[in-house]
Design a protein around this ligand. Structure first.
Ligand SMILES: Cc1cc2nc3c(=O)[nH]c(=O)nc-3n(C[C@H](O)[C@H](O)[C@H](O)COP(=O)(O)OP(=O)(O)OC[C@H]3O[C@@H](n4cnc5c(N)ncnc54)[C@H](O)[C@@H]3O)c2cc1C
Length: 281
């Protein structure tokens, strides 16, 4: 960035941030900075304006009601874990605990993790599975939107120009089975292909709810809704015939080549097979 003068802005309220970012929509929003500092050279175009989010108290709050949990976009991950790990969903706790080495994790925020544009970071699959909603703000206006609705056809979060994330909200529900799995090299996001989050709720031997979310590298981020729909309402244990059909459906839903040589794809297929088999026991 030779020759570019850096201007750091430190708004203290959401109102100030809204106005500033609307005027300078190409500015870089800086939360924990752990992703930004490690990808500094790739930021393009870099206009020289950096907006630090750290002084805005409204974005650094956690809130819990009987029905939902809210996490401000700039709450540091260790604070979320220390304050909420006894009642947060296990899949989210597992996900946050595995973000980066400790030096990175201590600075990182959940909002920053979700808003990385060039790749899908780990929390996206979990928040998709949990049915998270996001509060976004542009200027003085804010709107709530389901995370799944914010994802465009390329699998990217579709913020409007000058819009930013204020907080993340998800319902507090009991899940009987929760899993969070990431495949790839630890701490080498670029080489990680897949993150999976599966949630299952069973009551009186009937699958009441099931969420199967998966993100892949830079583009795919989905809930596998046709599989979810097939499983919802089914009695457990599942029959052998059911399992066979589900396995075939999984391959179709995930667009697997039938004789794939990719180790990750085979592992993913196996993960779903194991999940269905658990519902057979
Ligand atoms: C060594 C190393 C290991 C890592 N390991 C992992 C890992 O295992 N898993 C993983 O998921 N990530 C990993 N990361 C990436 C990164 O550290 C995390 O994703 C982290 O959670 C990002 O949060 P942050 O607060 O530091 O974001 P920042 O770096 O501050 O911002 C990230 C992006 O989000 C934008 N942004 C931030 N806040 C907002 C907001 N409120 N509204 C709109 N846009 C916003 C920023 O402009 C930027 O583009 C790793 C990074 C390093 C350097």
């Amino acid at each position: 960035m030779e020759g570019t003068r850096i201007r750091i802005h430190t708004p203290k309220t959401l109102g100030e941030l809204g106005q500033l970012y609307q005027k300078k929509p190409k500015a870089i929003l800086y939360a924990g900075g752990t992703y930004l500092l490690s990808h500094y050279n790739e930021i393009n175009p870099f206009t020289g304006d950096i907006i630090s989010l750290e002084r805005i108290d409204e974005m650094r709050r956690l809130n819990r009601t009987e029905r939902y949990f809210e996490i401000g976009a700039t709450v540091p991950i260790p604070f979320i874990l220390n304050t909420g790990s006894s009642y947060l969903p296990k899949c989210l706790v597992n996900c946050l605990q595995q973000i980066g080495p400790i030096a990175i994790q201590s600075q990182a925020t959940l909002g920053g993790n979700l808003c990385v544009k060039t790749m899908h970071c780990d929390s996206l699959a979990v928040l998709l599975a949990l049915g998270a909603r996001l509060e976004l703000r542009k200027g003085r206006q804010s709107r709530w939107i389901h995370l799944s609705q914010l994802i465009d056809s390329e699998g990217q979060l579709d913020f409007k120009e000058g819009e930013f994330l204020v907080r993340i909200r998800f319902p507090l529900e009991e899940w009987d089975k929760q899993s969070f799995i990431k495949l790839g090299q630890p701490y080498q996001l670029e080489r990680r292909e897949y993150v999976l989050c599966n949630l299952i709720k069973v009551d009186k031997n009937v699958i009441m709810d099931i969420r199967l979310a998966l993100t892949q590298g830079t583009h795919k981020s989905i809930r596998i809704r046709n599989l979810e729909a097939q499983l919802k309402g089914k009695k457990v244990p599942l029959g052998t015939k059911d399992i066979k059909i589900l396995e075939q459906e999984t391959a179709i839903a995930l667009d697997f080549p039938t004789n794939t040589s990719s180790g990750d794809l085979r592992r993913i297929h196996q993960i779903y097979k194991n999940l269905f088999r658990q519902l057979q026991d």
